[in-house]
Design a protein around this ligand. Structure first.
Ligand SMILES: [Zn+2]
Length: 69
């Protein structure tokens, strides 16, 4: 899986250049989250978050981004 380190949310995907980079949600999705999910403005990352969990993902090419300090 492609994982790119970034210092903030990329405006454009580093790989495909599209503006389809969205936040990855961890835990139980809320009703609001489901709406964003349908619009592809959010992706679900699973129930557990670790230090190595990516923060954002590109819905187009599936590249993931992790925030580094
Ligand atoms: Zn992409």
């Amino acid at each position: 899986m492609n994982l790119i380190k970034v210092t903030s949310k990329p405006r454009k995907c580093h790989k495909c250049g599209k503006t389809t980079v969205v936040k990855i949600l961890y835990g139980m999705p809320t009703e609001e989250a489901f709406k964003l999910l349908e619009q592809e403005k959010l992706v679900i990352g699973g129930c557990c978050i670790t230090e190595k969990s990516p923060d954002w993902a590109c819905t187009n090419c599936k590249v993931e981004y992790i925030k580094v300090k």
